[in-house]
Design a protein around this ligand. Structure first.
Ligand SMILES: Nc1ncnc2c1ncn2[C@@H]1O[C@H](COP(=O)(O)OP(=O)(O)OP(=O)(O)O)[C@@H](O)[C@H]1O
Ligand SMILES: [Zn+2]
Length: 939
């Protein structure tokens, strides 16, 4: 028996620690509790071995500490994920323990109790036992054997149950249960002890992944013929019994049942009688490349192998149908109301839970499952994939079928219908018995994509977003690991989901900076996704209308296969983009205005036509600079080297004529957007006591106020981080846009994110090229992305769109290319600049950020690092700096940085390998020196 384990601990040290095991057993990838400098820490076993550590000084033998507790019987992190963790730690120069900690969201589980679930082997035993009687070879007494069977029976439905509950129901005590865990009949899991009952409610979930073969066919579809988008039945369960199930088909035009005057009793009953299980024989699942059928349909995708068909009475069918009709899950509270109206007894739900057809889950109340019904119906209108989509899908499916690592860049213009391709591709992965992962930059900002997925895959989706509580996150994690959720949608850390048998990884809006983690480990979710696909040996698709130059470069070098979708769906044209030269505008009007005459005209015309307009003002707040007219000083944050932003209060007393020297309305404040620091608006300049304060630069709040004055009849909405704080806020705002309740939307770059609002025909852009002046080599790329993405919101419905961009730099090449929707041209031009300046992707870059509480120590450390690098002269690496970071102080922390530019990654690797030990030897604290490999944000 191995005697030692090496444990990676969540501390900023780049090594593992050896502990003795004693009588305990542990495997690589399991969590353990160990003593560490006076405290108890949870770490992950990275090696199990027999090599006693040798002391440097033999006269002082090392005292080996013991592992206190092993928390997992099996590896929590699979070999694949452990390997990924090691790669991240090495590539991003991060301590392994801190890296692994971020990969398992279960650190909150220590003081928890255990629950038991039936395992695969337990099921086999149960069925065999039923057929042949109990095993004679067991050492247990006949009574204990009976208790074991009773426990298996009790757990058969698959739910997780506490030991105490099992004992009272079956007499099996904890020792007996743990014996069963050892035999792998049962699985043991740690879960949270207590829940805050007020914040949690129950959701009923259709258990379709359990081989029951029941799927809703579509929400409002016609119900026949193969369809590509939307929920379709798929292969599940064992292959043995070939039975195809066409599933439950709710009738098309059922009104949103959640609506008070919606589904009455009659309608629900109608829906019940409309149910049908059609069973037919079936051919093999999907042979041959998809997309080669003449009509562009996916062949054989309706093939479903189901293990057994449950017999249900009418009431039970009603509940199943109701659940299927709202995407496979619904709040129990809501469901009850509707079932009561339909005259279905309350106990029916309980019966279905007992029969294992429906599962109850707890959700935090903030998770708005309710409303999915309405969303589901809106999303449900399905499209037959067009030629480009079909070809894209065929390429992805071919890669999946060929097997092995296959990276792709899906370059699809805005409105080309990438989401439908994602859904179809995920479906194909599931049909092949494999799992799929979809990464999105931020679920809260684009709830649409997630809703589409939930509508399409119902209970098989695990949604991992930032608003999950640690408990919820842990629960989702277990669900995924058990294979109950084979489709994971989430933000960057979802790339660590414990999915097995991955078939496909999709990264939507792969250019988005939100994929970059700005704390240790500073990984890039997109690049980790590619690595995960490599380790899993599966296909990966990075999708965007404005790919990052990194991915574009990889495609040009042939590392990624490129898939193009160059046209919008349904022959919709790209919007016409026009520039307004704001210097001309000033000359003509003699006034500095936020909005040009042309922009106001176009907005008015759009509203007059009954269409919707969007106006981008990419700064939040009212004014983003407050300056003294007399001494010229700007109001800065106490903690950061950043101008304070003026946020206007909502109190009365708003003056129409500017704000100069005036008291701001009640509730007004100056705010730092980096640290959150707030102060009241001073009556006089703190530097020179002059009363002439000057408010410059219009943010979205001012934009809204001005537009309200200019268009009194407009129904205005604002979308920025002040008005949208939660996913719920965003969902409500989008709902009001979809319904047309809002016809003029003003906001920051949030409005540019993948929203698909069909009524928008005009987009106005104010001050977006301001960012061209930022000291970051990616500034042109970012402005191009923003212009293209925001333009992409126009003309997504039946009417064509128009875009007006106000600029002070009309000659900049960003405008030239974005006006023509020419990403390829832009990329070529930008690549030329990157090559000349040796910037990524034509070099490898790491940002070494030195930070500390006093300027002296920061200067001292960065100077020493600079001198060391100069002395070492690492070949193939250029060092820029040390210099103050563009934002030289944030949250009272001083910041200096050095940029390392290497011709090849291996050259940078050589440097970094020596750098970290050198820091340690020099006693420069690790947490004060951040090494940001492939840095995205250089400010
Ligand atoms: N084959 C199709 N025929 C008609 N409409 C389609 C088809 N496929 C998708 N659509 C619709 O086209 C619209 C745009 O699709 P989607 O939102 O997926 O675009 P996208 O490529 O993700 O764009 P963006 O990059 O701007 O987010 C949606 O309203 C979608 O329902
Ligand atoms: Zn600040």
């Amino acid at each position: 028996m191995p005697r030692f384990v090496d444990v990676a601990l969540p501390i900023p040290l780049d090594r593992a620690f050896t502990y003795g095991l004693g009588e305990l057993e542990a495997c690589v990838g399991a969590r353990v509790l160990v003593p560490f400098s006076g405290q108890k820490l949870m770490g992950i076993v990275v090696r199990v071995h027999d090599e006693a550590p040798v002391a440097d000084d033999p006269s002082k033998p090392i005292e080996i500490k013991r592992v206190e507790q092993v928390l997992d019987d099996e590896a929590l992190l699979s070999d694949e994920l452990m390997e990924l963790g090691r790669w991240i730690a090495a590539y991003y120069c991060a301590p392994l323990g801190e890296t692994l900690r971020g990969m398992v969201p279960l650190m909150a589980e220590v003081k928890r109790h255990f629950v038991y679930r039936i395992g695969e082997r337990g099921r086999a035993v149960l069925y065999e036992g039923a057929a042949k009687g109990s095993s004679l070879r067991s050492k247990l007494s006949a009574d204990d054997q009976n208790r074991e069977y009773a426990a298996l029976n009790y757990l058969e439905a698959g739910d997780a149950v506490k030991a105490a509950t099992i004992r009272s129901a079956t007499g099996a005590n904890k020792a007996l249960l743990d014996g069963m865990v050892k035999k792998k009949w049962l699985v043991r899991e740690a879960v949270a002890e207590s829940r805050d009952a007020r914040r949690v409610e129950m959701v009923a979930v259709l258990r379709d992944s359990q081989g029951l073969g029941i799927r809703e066919q579509g929400l409002g579809g016609e119900g026949s013929g193969p369809r590509v988008q939307g929920p379709g039945p798929r292969a599940q369960g064992s292959e043995g019994d070939s039975v195809a199930v066409r599933g439950i088909e709710p009738e098309p035009e059922v009104p949103d049942a959640g609506h008070p005057d919606g589904a009455g009793a009659g309608e629900n009953v109608d829906r019940v009688s409309g149910l049908e299980f059609r069973v037919s024989g079936l051919g093999p699942v999907s042979e041959g490349p998809v997309g080669q059928t003449p009509d562009g349909q996916i062949p054989a995708e309706l093939s479903v192998a189901a293990r057994r068909l449950p017999k249900l009475n009418e009431n039970q069918l009603a509940v199943m149908a109701e659940l299927a009709g709202c995407g496979g899950r619904e709040l129990v509270r809501e469901l009850r109301v509707r079932l009561e109206r339909a005259g279905v007894p309350e106990s029916t739900l309980g019966t279905l839970v007992k029969r294992g057809l429906v599962r109850l889950e707890e959700v935090a109340q903030s998770f708005s499952v309710s409303g999915l019904g309405a969303h589901g119906r809106r999303f449900a209108h399905e499209h037959r994939l067009n030629e480009a989509q079909t070809a894209a899908l065929a390429t992805i499916v071919a890669a999946m079928d060929k097997g092995g690592f296959a990276p792709h860049l899906l370059f699809g213009v805005t409105g080309s219908g990438k989401t439908a391709v994602y859904i179809a591709a995920i479906q194909q992965a599931l049909d092949r018995g494999r799992s799929a992962l979809l990464l999105v930059p931020e679920i809260g900002l684009t709830p649409g994509t997630a809703m589409h997925m939930v509508a399409a895959f119902g209970g098989e989706v695990a949604l991992l977003h930032s608003q999950l509580t640690p408990d919820k996150r842990a629960e989702q994690w277990h669900r995924i690991r058990r294979g109950e959720a084979r489709v994971v949608i989430g933000t960057r850390s979802a790339v660590f989901s414990p999915l097995t048998n991955l078939g496909l990884i999709l990264v939507d809006e792969e250019h988005d900076g939100a994929y970059k983690q700005e704390e240790t480990p500073r990984y890039h979710g997109r690049d980790v996704a590619v690595m995960r696909a490599k380790l899993a040996g599966c296909a990966v698709v990075l999708g965007s209308a404005t790919p990052s130059l990194e991915s574009w470069h990889n495609a040009e070098r042939g590392r990624y296969a490129r898939i193009d979708m160059l046209e919008r769906v349904s022959n919709r044209p790209m919007p016409a983009v026009e520039l307004v030269d704001m210097r001309e505008e000033f000359r003509a009007t003699g006034q500095e205005q936020i909005f040009s005459r042309k922009l106001l005209e176009e907005t008015q015309a759009t509203l007059d036509r009954g269409e919707q307009a969007i106006i981008l003002l990419n700064r939040r707040g009212y004014s983003f600079v407050v300056m003294c007219r007399k001494c010229g000083e700007k109001m800065e944050c106490e903690n950061c080297a950043i101008s304070l932003t003026y946020h206007k209060g909502q109190g009365s007393g708003i003056r129409e004529q500017g704000l100069e020297g005036d008291v701001a309305p009640p509730g007004s404040r100056l705010e730092c957007h980096y640290c959150g620091f707030k102060v009241g608006v001073p009556k006089a300049c703190p530097h020179c006591t002059s009363e002439h304060l000057y408010f410059l630069g219009a943010g979205s709040q001012q934009g809204e106020e001005r537009l309200a004055g200019l268009f009194p009849g407009a129904r205005i909405g604002r979308m920025d981080r002040d008005t949208v704080r939660t996913r719920g806020d965003m969902e409500r705002l989008l709902e009001r846009l979809h319904s047309g309740e809002i016809n003029l939307l003003v906001g920051t770059q949030m409005i540019a994110k993948g929203h698909d609002i069909h009524g928008v025909t005009f987009v106005g852009v104010v001050g977006a090229d301001f960012a061209l002046g930022l000291p970051d080599f990616r500034s042109a790329e970012r402005v191009f992305q923003l212009l293209t993405q925001v333009s992409g919101r126009a003309g997504r419905g039946d009417l064509p769109g128009k875009v007006l961009v106000q600029t002070y730099q009309p000659a900049h090449y960003v405008h030239e290319f974005s006006q023509r929707h020419d990403f390829v041209g832009f990329a070529a031009r930008e690549m030329y600049f990157r090559r000349a300046m040796k910037y990524p992707p034509l070099s490898v870059l790491a940002n070494v950020l030195v930070q500390g509480e006093t300027l002296e120590e920061v200067l001292g450390w960065s100077a020493r690092i600079g001198r060391w690098l100069e002395r070492k002269k690492f070949p193939g690496v250029r060092v820029l700096g040390p210099a103050p970071a563009p934002i030289s102080r944030i949250k009272r922390i001083y910041r200096y940085h050095l940029l390392l530019k290497a011709e090849q990654r291996s050259r940078l690797g050589v440097l970094l390998k020596e750098f970290v030990p050198w820091l340690e030897a020099e006693e420069i604290p690790r947490r004060n020196v951040v090494v940001d490999v492939d840095a995205v944000h250089l400010m």
